[in-house]
Design a protein. Structure first.
Length: 279
């Protein structure tokens, strides 16, 4: 399992868990859509997340909430690239991730200074993505999703949710290793083509993914599995998010992708103390 990610002359140490801060540039994302409508607001938010302890900033210009419709590559680029260029200019040392499933967007984003690609389809949507990633040689987060955002929550079914997700990862990782690419991270895709029961089974059995030899990225932040289980609104789901983050860390999560940076950093610090990693 890679303990250090290397990209554009930057090193990201994964010997201890890290926080990935979410910055949505979309008007319709489920929690913060439309909140970051100007570059000035985006820069202030990045500064805040870094001050609170984020190690990675993840930029997304396409909503992938359940029921979300696809956005053209040109519209995605129009939303993403001005923000990417500004953030890279003002924060030259930050590790920047781009949330995209288009190979062309990934390629241009890396040219503009992106350090990592986060693909919700795990290379399944764009047949050129895996080859592009291997050629660019930047870290790649491969997420599992059953179906597509428009329909993924329409009665998803698995015989064994862990086995099916692991098989998908094995197949995609094998393709990349044949291209001599090894900087792969995996995300089981909480809420992406899974019922609430599936989501909690994934969390319970999270250690089983360690056999794949890749750092595990967790995206639980304020999701409906928390809202529905606790009968709270998305704005009230922060505490539940921290509880599940703590459980995920105890089960081996390597990166927490979240809207709430300070709370996630505190969870990591306390779990490390309990685990003896921060005496």
């Amino acid at each position: 399992m890679p303990k250090t990610l290397i990209s554009n002359g930057k090193n990201l140490d994964l010997s201890s868990p890290k926080v990935m801060g979410i910055l949505n540039l979309t008007p319709d994302s489920f929690f913060d859509g439309g909140k970051h409508s100007s570059i000035d607001i985006q820069l202030k938010r990045v500064e805040q997340m870094l001050e609170e302890g984020a190690s990675i900033i993840d930029l997304g210009a396409v909503s992938t909430r359940p029921g979300a419709l696809k956005v053209s590559e040109s519209e995605e680029m129009d939303r993403l690239f001005p923000s990417l260029e500004s953030i890279r200019h003002y924060f030259p040392d930050v590790f920047l991730s781009i949330d995209t499933y288009h190979a062309s967007v990934a390629e241009e984003a890396v040219k503009l200074g992106a350090d990592m690609i986060n693909d919700i389809y795990g290379g399944r949507y764009d047949e050129g993505m895996l080859e592009t990633i291997a050629r660019l040689n930047v870290p790649y987060i491969m997420m599992h999703m059953k179906g597509k955002p428009e329909t993924m929550q329409h009665n998803p079914h698995y015989k064994d949710v862990i086995a099916e997700i692991a098989y998908f990862f094995q197949q995609q990782i094998s393709k990349l290793r044949k291209m001599d690419f090894g900087q792969v991270l995996i995300d089981p895709g909480f809420g992406f083509g899974k019922t609430i029961d599936h989501n909690f089974e994934i969390l319970r059995r999270l250690p089983e993914f360690q056999t794949l030899g890749c750092p595990v990225v967790i995206g639980l932040s304020r999701k409906s599995m928390i809202q529905k289980s606790l009968s709270v609104t998305v704005d009230e789901a922060g505490n539940g998010t921290t509880v599940l983050h703590t459980i995920a860390l105890l089960k081996g999560a390597g990166i927490l992708r979240t809207h709430d940076i300070k709370e996630a950093v505190q969870a990591i610090n306390l779990v490390e103390i309990v685990s003896g990693g921060n005496d």
